[in-house]
Design a protein around this ligand. Structure first.
Ligand SMILES: [Zn+2]
Length: 426
């Protein structure tokens, strides 16, 4: 594609003007003068602008790399030059260049990227999955649009996993395994590793009871004691290591028992490997070979909790080993792998909630239970936010401006053409 000179000049004039105006606006605008809604509107517009700018930047960088324009810089590759300009890690710049380069062969994704529908993180995920399965670009874009980033990552990992044979995937991961550690300029000890998903699942399962203990301790201290999920995991690793080096301070207390939750199709378990459309994965960690799960199940002191699914239905819950949570909780964990509020995606410290409260006759059944993050649980319990399930999808309704009386709300909704009855969930 080539443009006449005047189009190129027009583009530079437009970007130059945008830059000048933005500089003046950001430096001088009094953000405190915005109304509440205005601040949100501005924020949303700037998010869109940021995505568009990132897309244009990615496409320009791709051209810069192809045309050799970076040769005139003192850097040894386009990625090194970009990393220096943007003050970002080199591997990220390299990944972004690869993403934009591959995008030229994925027209639907490129078009969405150019329309500002994908940020860099989403683009990297979607492209890496579409490289393995170019026929499902539209599907991947719909996941990017409708799901939180964490769910998009999970789905893209599944797509990549299904495209490679289990053996190839595992041997690639195994061959590149490593654990590195160093002390960074701030004096902090840093760890970075690469493992097979199966090894990762065992590590995370071993950490989980310690993480749970750390999180419980923190929550007993109330708001002051609150720590981030990442900090809780870090503390859990230190506790696990301490225990392994020095034993327990309390010899009466047995080490906490680990359990690995697996989600896999019954047919795959019987066959010994997955075929397209089947799942065998450790929720929150990633896909694992069926063979590995069989190995876990055979271990004498097995601590696998396998959940067999048939499509989306929970067919049967198989429990192996001791100390397993109740069947229902297992089924719930399987169904709600993250907070069910659309777009939330939180996976840690989820709380079980009765959609229709027990006081209002809501039963303790899978259908009436869901897992919520602490923030959404708080909103639902104390701020009249409403959660409903319709055709297998969760709807989350903001009560903003809603009259406190639910009967009034029902009337208002009927007047607006809403025919359903309002769940009395608090
Ligand atoms: Zn949430």
């Amino acid at each position: 594609m080539s443009h006449p000179r005047r189009i190129i000049e027009h583009m530079f004039a437009t970007v130059g003007e945008l830059l000048e105006r933005s500089k003046a606006f950001v430096a001088e605008f009094d953000f405190g003068a915005l109304e509440r809604d205005g601040s949100r509107e501005l924020y949303e517009q700037l998010v869109e602008l940021e995505r568009l700018a990132a897309a244009a930047k990615g496409l320009a960088a791709d051209r810069m790399a192809d045309s050799g324009a970076w040769w005139r810089t003192p850097y040894r590759s386009p990625a090194h030059y970009m990393a220096a300009c943007e003050a970002k890690p080199v591997n990220r710049s390299a990944e972004m260049l690869h993403t934009v380069d591959k995008m030229h062969e994925l027209p639907e994704i490129e078009s969405a990227y150019r329309q500002g529908a994908l940020n860099d993180e989403q683009a990297m995920e979607v492209v890496s999955a579409a490289e393995a399965a170019p026929g499902i670009q539209e599907y991947l874009l719909s996941v990017a649009e409708g799901e939180a980033l964490i769910e998009l990552r999970r789905e893209c990992a599944r797509v990549r996993a299904a495209a490679l044979s289990e053996k190839e995937r595992q041997s690639r991961a195994h061959n590149s395994r490593r654990l590195r550690h160093w002390v960074d300029p701030d004096g902090a000890f840093r760890l970075s590793g690469r493992f097979t998903v199966a090894a990762g699942a065992e590590i995370m399962a071993a950490l989980e009871p310690y993480r749970q203990r750390v999180a419980d301790r923190a929550s007993r201290r109330g708001r002051r004691g609150r720590i981030s999920p990442g900090a809780a995991l870090a503390d859990a690793l230190v506790e696990l290591s301490h225990r392994s080096s020095f034993g327990s301070q309390d010899p009466m207390r047995p080490p906490p028992r680990a359990s690995i939750h697996v989600r896999l199709d019954h047919s795959a378990l019987v066959r010994g490997h997955t075929v397209s459309g089947e799942i065998c994965e450790v929720p929150g960690v990633g896909p694992v070979p069926v063979e590995t799960v069989r190995g876990w199940m055979k271990q004498k002191d097995a601590y696998v909790a396998a959940i067999l699914t048939d499509g989306d239905d929970i067919r049967k819950v198989v429990r192996v080993g001791r100390d397993i949570p109740a069947k229902l909780e297992m089924a719930l964990r399987e169904r709600d792998q993250c907070c069910v509020v659309p777009g939330c995606g939180e996976v840690y410290d989820l709380q079980v909630d009765h959609v229709v409260e027990m006081e209002r006759g809501g039963p303790t059944t899978l259908y009436n239970l869901c897992r919520l993050c602490s923030w959404h649980h708080y909103l639902k319990t104390h701020h009249r936010y409403i959660l409903r399930r319709r055709l297998g999808h969760w709807l989350w309704e903001d009560p903003g401006g809603i009259p406190p009386d639910l009967d009034d709300l029902q009337q208002e909704l009927s007047a607006a053409g809403y025919t359903g009855s309002l769940p009395r969930a608090g």
